[in-house]
Design a protein around this ligand. Structure first.
Ligand SMILES: Nc1ncnc2c1ncn2[C@@H]1O[C@H](COP(=O)(O)OP(=O)(O)OP(=O)(O)O)[C@@H](O)[C@H]1O
Length: 593
């Protein structure tokens, strides 16, 4: 019930701006329903008129009085009603498609805009596929339900009410006969739906698992090939696939049975109506022609009456899926936005220093990762963070850029707490090169000028030269216009990182955060990265997470982290002289170099 309420609120929020269109569709629906329920009356009248004509014509006494005019008149009326009805339905389906298209579009845009305001925490704690499915299956379900379901719901309810009114007006006895089977029909329908739903849910779960498996196998293809596990991979796939097939089949058996069952019930009902109608014709006090007309009317009503019941029950699953979709999209929409203080302070340029002051932090309230660390960096200095995996190096970077907020202490730029700063101003002054550099689809040029779209070609070349990647780009057939998704231009991790470095140089940040790439870098590229890093770091305030210690020998300060604590601090020579953790790390690495 809660889901229903929330879902209704969600749809109202998007549909309220189409009030006029919806009102128009409702009026058309009512007109079309009226025409639909009136048509059997004209059909009945036509039959009555035809029967009267035949009766008169067969009797020699009344032979000359027989006229087909009434019959033709009734037929014409019926034809007009059908025509009007068809036009009304066509127009309303056009309006509905338009409203559905625009409102699901608005949902998609809203969802995407919301994602751009979300915290990094959200992306860290949700799988990509999970976020993506809001845009795909959830929005698809909503689109289908709105396009086919929501207005059909209204038109079917209107149709049902209309038919009931007309039936009771024509003949209360036959009306009761027609509706008598309703409770048992609804019970059967709900029983079948519940059964089908169980398997539809199972099918969705199995499809989700299959997709997850395929995703995992594609990502891990390298490991599978290296270890010769292709056969195992296919066998597991077949198992998952078979489970999907079984669940789909059973679900289809139940949901596929629903329609024929409803049709069957409708036919039985029609037969009962014919039986009672004929009884009335033979034993009642109305003329045979009138009774025949009445039977024709009710035969059609009993079929029409079952149509909304069948459609409403078969729509149940579709509407349920749309409600689930609405809930899942709403979950994203109510997620907290990234906090940006009102009237936050803007910084022009870093003037003196950046400070982490007794910083405590944990991603979860019950597990602290950083236990009170303090680091001071003067303008223009390079600080290197080293330490074993999981010691908290990336976490420090996350706090500098305010991806997360500290739980104790503070991070300050020129004495101003980052929580008091305008977040865009802060990020404008911080440039980050991540370990796994991301290239967006487009050309190399697009990727380099990403953060500064108005950069001139000269500025772009200078940045690329500084990043030591200009010559490589020029050696490509299309140079800076090479598409990054081209099969012939698959970039290595190192090359991607150099392009990211060029992208960052172009934005000329005050503080540079560099997470050195660790894997898949050949020695030539490594040397180039080293040179690029030296270039980019020169004269800039920078934090570098270093995995190869020889890249940070010139650092002004090396901070050694272990289990979220600073265990050593100083420059390379001081730390070597201390002969502690750093010295051991350095000597070990040198053995392998
Ligand atoms: N988004 C997150 N949510 C919860 N815990 C996290 C998250 N990111 C990191 N952690 C945890 O915080 C601790 C420190 O991780 P962090 O990534 O800062 O280490 P690191 O020193 O950068 O390691 P590496 O050298 O392997 O990159 C680890 O125990 C890790 O499990």
């Amino acid at each position: 019930m809660q889901e229903f309420k929330q879902g209704t609120k969600f749809f109202v929020q998007y549909l309220k701006q189409y009030k006029l269109g919806i009102a128009f569709v409702f009026v058309l629906t009512i007109v079309s329903t009226y025409l639909q329920v009136k048509a059997p009356i004209f059909m009945g009248n036509a039959i009555t008129d035809l029967a009267k004509y035949v009766e008169l014509r067969l009797n020699p006494m009344t032979h000359n009085l027989a006229s087909k005019t009434d019959f033709h008149h009734a037929l014409m009326m019926m034809l007009m009603f059908f025509l009007f009805n068809a036009v009304a339905m066509f127009i309303s389906s056009l309006v509905i498609s338009r409203i559905t298209g625009y409102s699901t579009n608005a949902m998609r845009v809203g969802l995407f805009q919301k994602l751009q305001k979300m915290t990094i925490k959200y992306f860290d704690s949700h799988k990509d596929g999970e976020i993506l499915s809001r845009f795909t299956s959830d929005l698809d379900n909503i689109f289908n339900a709105m396009n086919q379901g929501l207005f059909q719901l209204f038109s079917n309810i209107t149709l049902m009410i209309g038919i009931l009114i007309m039936m009771f007006r024509e003949s209360a006895e036959l009306a009761w006969v027609t509706v008598a089977s309703t409770p048992i029909t609804i019970l059967i329908a709900f029983f079948m739906i519940r059964k089908a739903r169980k398997y539809v849910d199972l099918q969705q779960d199995e499809v989700g698992r299959l997709n997850g498996y395929i995703n995992e196998q594609i990502t891990g293809e390298r490991v599978i090939i290296t270890n010769g596990l292709q056969k195992e991979s296919v066998d597991n796939f077949l198992e998952h696939n078979e489970r999907v097939r079984q669940a789909t089949f059973t679900g289809q058996v139940y949901s596929g049975m629903l329609f024929p069952l409803m049709q069957g019930m409708s036919l039985i009902n029609t037969a009962v109506v014919i039986f009672f109608g004929s009884y009335l014709a033979l034993h009642g006090d109305m003329s045979r022609a009138t009774a025949l007309g009445l039977v024709v009317i009710f035969v059609q009503y009993s079929q029409q009456y079952y149509q909304p019941i069948t459609q409403l029950t078969s729509m149940y699953n579709m509407l349920q899926l749309a409600l689930t979709g609405a809930r899942r999209i709403n979950e994203v929409m109510v997620e907290p936005n990234e906090i940006n203080p009102t009237n936050g302070k803007h910084i022009d340029n870093l003037k003196s220093k950046i400070m982490l002051d007794d910083v405590h932090f944990g991603y979860d309230a019950n597990r602290e990762i950083l236990h009170g660390i303090s680091i001071e960096v003067d303008k223009g200095q390079m600080v290197a963070l080293v330490g074993p995996t999981g010691s908290g190096k990336t976490t420090v970077m996350n706090l500098l850029n305010r991806f997360y907020d500290v739980t104790g202490g503070s991070v300050k730029f020129d004495g101003v707490d980052v929580r008091e700063m305008d977040i865009d101003s802060l990020r404008d002054h911080v440039g980050i090169v991540l370990q796994e550099s991301v290239l967006f689809s487009g050309t190399i040029r697009d990727n380099i000028v990403f953060g500064k779209p108005d950069a001139t070609d000269e500025q772009m070349y200078a940045a690329a030269e500084e990043a030591n990647i200009h010559d490589f780009i020029m050696s490509l057939e299309d140079g800076y216009d090479t598409k990054v998704t081209d099969e012939n231009s698959v970039f290595s991790t190192g090359q991607k990182q150099l392009i990211s470095i060029a992208r960052t140089i172009l934005t000329n940040p005050d503080l540079l955060i560099l997470d050195e790439a660790t894997s898949n870098v050949d020695t030539v590229t490594e040397a180039r990265i080293q040179k690029a890093m030296d270039n980019v770091i020169k004269g800039r305030t920078s934090f570098v997470i270093a995995h190869r210690l020889k890249t940070i020998l010139n650092a002004d300060k090396i901070v050694v982290l272990k289990d979220g604590n600073i265990i050593e601090e100083g420059n390379h020579h001081e730390l070597l002289a201390e002969n502690g953790f750093y010295a051991e790390l350095y000597n070990n690495q040198m053995v392998f170099e």
